[in-house]
Design a protein around this ligand. Structure first.
Ligand SMILES: O=C1C[C@@](O)(C(=O)O)C[C@@H](O)[C@@H]1O
Length: 153
């Protein structure tokens, strides 16, 4: 069975491509998702993409992934630095996740260095620009193995 990956983008990432392009580049979120779907087809995995500016909507989406997704790739945006709720949701569903940041959060404001997710992530990618999503998908395809496969009768 193909891996089923949920790609989550948090607040303000809908503005990717036009938002602070000197930091985040000129690629739009639509471009990222189109590229992710093309990449997924070549890797025989399935990707569902979701973006929200709302913390609760992201928590709901993570909870809904229980039992039907094998891995989560998440760029939590500013919620990275604030959200115990997103951390608890990811731990609550027990789905392995990769944390992605387009920018190098360690080369910016001091407070961006703290993440509520990183110590629980399978991997953390930052500073690769939007290539970080490509790297995360490649990693997910190779290492986020399908779990809960029904035993053969
Ligand atoms: O919204 C974002 C985007 C970000 O997650 C990134 O992709 O580099 C980094 C965060 O600090 C910021 O709040």
């Amino acid at each position: 069975m193909a891996q089923r990956i949920l790609l989550i983008n948090g607040p303000n990432l809908n503005l990717l491509g036009t938002r602070e392009p000197q930091i985040y580049g000129s690629t739009t979120l639509n471009d990222v998702v189109t590229q992710a779907q093309t990449q997924a087809a070549g890797l025989s995995i399935q990707i569902e993409a979701f973006q929200s500016n709302h913390e609760g909507a992201i928590v709901d989406k993570i909870q809904a992934a229980r039992g039907n997704k094998d891995g989560i790739i998440i760029n939590p945006g500013a919620f990275t630095h604030t959200s115990v709720a997103i951390r608890d949701a990811l731990l609550g569903v027990g789905i392995p996740f990769v944390e992605v940041h387009v920018s190098n959060v360690h080369a910016r404001e001091q407070w961006r260095r703290h993440s509520y997710l990183s110590d629980k992530a399978e991997a953390v990618i930052c500073g690769l620009g939007v290539f970080g999503y490509t790297a995360a998908i490649d990693f997910a395809a190779k290492h986020m193995k399908v779990k809960n496969v029904s035993p053969k009768l």
